[in-house]
Design a protein around this ligand. Sequence first.
Ligand SMILES: C[C@@H](O)[C@](C)(O)C(=O)O
Ligand SMILES: [Zn+2]
Length: 257
Amino acid sequence: TSAANSQAAQGDTASANQLAPKDLLYQYSTINGLIVGVDDGDMTLGELRKYGSMGLGTINALDGEMIEMDGKFYQIDSAGKLHVLDDATKTPFAVVTNFSPTNTTTISNVKNFSDLAAKLQSHFTKKNDFYAVKITGTFNYVKARTVPKQQKPYPPLTVATSHQSEFEFKNVKGTLFGFYTPKFASGINVPGWHLHFITDDKTSGGHVLDLHFDSANAQFAELTQFQVSLPQNKDFQNVNLAGDTSKDITKAESNHK
Ligand SMILES: C[C@@H](O)[C@](C)(O)C(=O)O
Ligand SMILES: [Zn+2]
């Protein structure tokens, strides 16, 4: 009947325009997948955008760092150069959200990464939610890395990151974006803070290893929904993901020097 058809049409329209909930953390694959070298995925960035407008990750063959800003995906390659990624690009690991910050604050006198983490956490009311944060401003110093493209058979992430390029930005205008994952989800995602960086002039950036700055603006979103899309390829489905990877995650994700 025409009523049923119009109802169905409305339904289709709604689903077509349906944005993922603003309190959802959506990820494709797990950090343990990358840790053991599952560096190819089947999720395209065009598909990933349906779940979030802001995010981070990498692209197939672990070819550099990826950051999503307002629905646009960027790669920072091992030379530290930024490229716009097209929707057909695939990712083996990405974390996104429809970023709708619920509160904004100024973060000041940040000495290093762990000081930033402590200052951010002081704004959290709940210890076991996920959070997204966007930090904008001029940073006195940002140290960021980019991983080089890997060849098959892909090595563990700790091996790939042992060949990473590191870049030091001084008095740089840019944006840090990333997520806080509670420790209980370690292995599915990176426990604590995982931040990527993009310069305002969109020429460079990377995975944040360390930083210090006088003052910047921070916007937070509390994420109470958590969705993991599990790759159905044999690479992911055949590996053992049950090991304790906490030491490897720390080694691969944090600053060494
Ligand atoms: C490419 C990697 O450096 C990644 C996914 O950003 C990470 O593990 O931090
Ligand atoms: Zn990263």
